[in-house]
Design a protein around this ligand. Structure first.
Ligand code: AMP
Ligand code: TRP
Length: 326
């Protein structure tokens, strides 16, 4: 069975982009893969975090994993900092990476706002991500397309180590969904939907109530043409809404174009509100059941113990191949 690894940062409640770009794949893959899903809290501290808020977000994200259908009987679910191998391997890989290749990462460039001095953690973030993946001999990494560059770096690091030392790592593949792979912000469809954008109406969080969902969708930026046609380049707003509608309802873009032929954006948005509220209701219900139950902590502790068994084996091989330790 092929092994899958992925992670999400506990930096806020998950939104539709996280769900459609990443979590939906997590659930599908667990049927015929050995899956490991992580809450990457060490990635979260690359920007300042209030400790209390971070702790809350860790448990929220873990609950959302379970609420969307990640099954702890099938998959390992755990918190990154509970397994020491991530930090250990990250240092080893840091010593195999170059400042040049890390400077080229677009996420670093945008998060550091091209300033001359930026937090070192932001800079080496992709190396920690590579460590997450390589620590588990991962074959497949399901992520949104925004992570493509980081996955390529991970593959480069693995290949570099394998070619210059004994074969140490499995070289993983990224797995990107075509539809829904990149959900854009509702207020500005040229930007991706993100947890950290200031305007709460730029995103739909998985825990938003129906009134908030309605407000955000009805306010969403479209264009003045008033025709419901998919055209990412010239009509990014309505195309993004059609994309969301399509993945949530299972209707194809062509079907939607036909169904809404001759109708206005108002009609379309009203229906999209309904589709979205319906899709998110069961997630919210399961979240409420799990979030404050004893099961949650038990599942995460058990997950960390199982992850650690795999991680320790990889670290023993890494140390041996690098000549580290006794
Ligand atoms: P993050 O919120 O950056 O921790 O991302 C967690 C996962 O969600 C990653 O696999 C991302 O690629 C994915 N993701 C984040 N934002 C979006 C988006 N707007 N559209 C699609 N996928 C996304
Ligand atoms: N960098 C990813 C993001 O921002 C999160 C992440 C960290 C991740 N480690 C990972 C994703 C390992 C996949 C595999 O979305």
């Amino acid at each position: 069975m092929k092994r899958v690894f992925s992670g999400v940062q506990p930096t806020g409640n998950l939104h539709l982009g996280n769900y459609l770009g990443a979590l939906k794949q997590f659930v599908e893959l667990q049927e015929d893969h050995e899956c490991i899903y992580c809450i990457v809290d060490m990635h979260a501290i690359t920007v300042p975090q209030d400790p209390k808020v971070l702790k809350t977000h860790i448990l929220d994200v873990a609950s959302l994993y379970l609420a969307v259908g990640v099954d702890p009987k099938k998959s390992i679910v755990f918190v990154q900092s509970d397994v020491p191998g991530h930090a250990e391997l990250s240092w080893v890989l840091t010593c195999c990476s170059y400042t040049g290749e890390l400077s080229r990462m677009t996420q670093f460039k945008s998060k550091s706002h091209n300033k001359e001095s930026a937090p070192t953690g932001l800079f080496s973030y992709p190396v920690l991500m590579a460590a997450d993946i390589l620590l588990y001999d991962t074959d497949v990494v399901p992520v949104g397309t925004d992570q493509k560059q980081h996955i390529e770096l991970c593959r480069d690091l693995a290949t570099r180590v394998n070619n210059t030392r004994k074969k140490t790592f499995v070289v993983p593949e990224g797995r990107y969904l075509k539809e829904g792979a990149r959900i854009m912000a509702l207020d500005d469809p040229t930007q991706k939907m993100s947890k950290s954008a200031e305007n709460i109406h730029s995103r739909i969080s998985l825990l938003d109530d129906p009134a908030k969902i309605k407000k955000s969708i009805m306010k969403a930026t479209t264009d003045s043409e008033g025709v419901i046609r998919f055209d990412q380049e010239n009509k990014p707003g309505i195309s993004n809404l059609m994309n969301i509608y399509s993945v949530l309802s299972g209707k194809s873009i062509a079907e939607l174009e036909k169904e809404y032929d001759g109708r206005g954006y108002g009609d379309f948005k009203k229906d999209l509100v309904e589709v979205t509220v319906e899709a998110l209701a069961p997630i919210k219900e399961r979240f409420d059941e799990i979030r404050y139950s004893d099961d949650l902590i038990r599942i995460l502790k058990d997950g960390a113990a199982r992850a650690n068994v795999i991680a320790e084996k990889t670290m023993a091989r890494v140390k041996e191949n690098f000549g580290l330790g006794l």
